[in-house]
Design a protein. Sequence first.
Length: 215
Amino acid sequence: MPKQDRGGRYHHGNLRSALIQGAVEVIAERGLREFSLAEVSRRIGVAVSAPYAHFADRDELLAAVAVRSWEVFYAEVECEIAQFQHPANRLAAIARAYVRFAARYRPLFEVLNDVALDKHLHPEIEKAERPFLDAFQASVRALCNGENDLADNMAIALEATALGHAMLLFYSDFGQDQEAVEDAAERAARAILALIQGRHRLGSPAELPDGHYGD
């Protein structure tokens, strides 16, 4: 870890790593809209020109933070899914990991969900994302027996379910202490399992109580 004095100034070591960590701290305190290379430079105590030794612009540093985010997230996921063999249980485990990751690393969670960088310009993001996508999609496909449309619909529904529980943790009255986080993680896992049980309804129209179908 880069060495800093009591005032938070960067001394020497891995400047690139220090800039990424500084970016995470700025995002945590000010949000993505207020994030800038100049602010990160001030945070770690280097000249405003220093980041350009490693990053051409703001987007390149954000891309590096996105890569860090995917790496941290997948480490959480990998630990969870290693406990299960059945694809349904692995998907439930991913939901638990997602909610816990959101609570523990909120700035990284926000970067994964809010940063819209062109992956053609930043292929390092896609590379970092790939291990998670492979694990997720393998479990979805295993449950859908080659039905591509069903797999696509289920993947979207599963993602929305996990994301919804993470957002409820932030913006509801459930609280954000460890007990609340674990409760939200288990709720997400149970919702995922319920969705998987009814997965074949994902391609059907929604039926209204009077027996008619929605538009």
